[in-house]
Unconditional design. Sequence first.
Length: 332
Amino acid sequence: MAMRCAYVRTQSADDPLSGLVVGDLPDPGSPAEGWLPVDVRAAALNHHDLWSLRGVGLPSERLPMVLGTDAAGTLGDGTEVVVHAVIASSSWTGEETLDPRRTLLSELHPGTLAERVWVPARNVVPKAPELSWAEAACLPTAYLTAYRMLFDAADLRPGHTVLVQGAGGGVATAAIVLGRAAGLRVWVTSRSEAKRDRALEVGAHQAFPVGARMPEQVDAVLETVGEATWGHSLRSLRPGGTVAVAGATSGAMPPAELSRVFFRSLRIVGTTMGTREQLRDLQQLLVATGTRPLIDTVVPLAETGTALGRMASGEVSGKLVVDIVGESGPQR
Ligand SMILES: NC(=O)c1ccc[n+]([C@@H]2O[C@H](COP(=O)([O-])OP(=O)(O)OC[C@H]3O[C@@H](n4cnc5c(N)ncnc54)[C@H](OP(=O)(O)O)[C@@H]3O)[C@@H](O)[C@H]2O)c1
């Protein structure tokens, strides 16, 4: 059976969208016992999809590969679920993100930008009925990553001050929204004045240009930008503060500044995605506080390329969501 999907046909570091196709591929079926199909209602885009198109993290011998790490949809019996994209190896019993052989959907197994995605049964969690399909689709990658950076890696508590670098990004806007909901003082940087204004509108307390001196040193910094902001992140931390790192969009090899790290007892904590339990807890936080993911635009599957182009050019503020069931489908 064929299914409509957005997939990587070829990869190009300089022109990633040239290898993107929206078309039909065969339904891959279950790769192993215990996997089940999810009929996808909405899927969100992430920088991860651009990395796959550029040839980072996705070996060319795995092409064609369906893109997408985020989805909300239904099981065969109609149960509404959110898909957890971290696929641990079948024998792994520990925390799934710590499995050295784990992959994300679209790295080894076909991803979520499709009418159907197959996942291990343990990789679905109930969708909170209060969330729309589009809102729920934002959670498994950017929002889960931000949730874990804030409350696990950086161990922030109400009243703490967090600096979020690159305010316009998907993970960064998630961190602003969630940090504000949890009683943190949220400061941000962005290259763009418009995105700084937008960050203030959606919950940041103060917004600064990239590299600006902070009014005071912060308890933690959330880093997904990398080389362009790393030095500023270290300079902005109070002694004993934490920089939580989950990405390096602008480059992954900044000067380490080890003297600053040890003289000021800084903690650098790497973190990837989050656990199923954290995906449940994240939904509870949203429901209890009335907070909702910040969505830039919802597009039909056919416009995946245009939306990814906007992401590549850094124009986006919030999440880009793909409505898999089509423009006529319900968007609660
Ligand atoms: N480890 C994980 O589990 C995990 C999960 C999700 C994402 N990630 C990684 O985290 C990164 C962000 O992901 P995303 O989906 O949030 O991406 P995104 O939506 O494309 O956001 C990237 C943001 O980085 C900032 N930025 C980019 N280049 C910059 C530069 N040269 N100088 C300053 N700022 C720059 C921009 O912020 P402004 O335009 O506001 O300045 C941009 O909005 C990616 O590298 C992704 O692979 C990792």
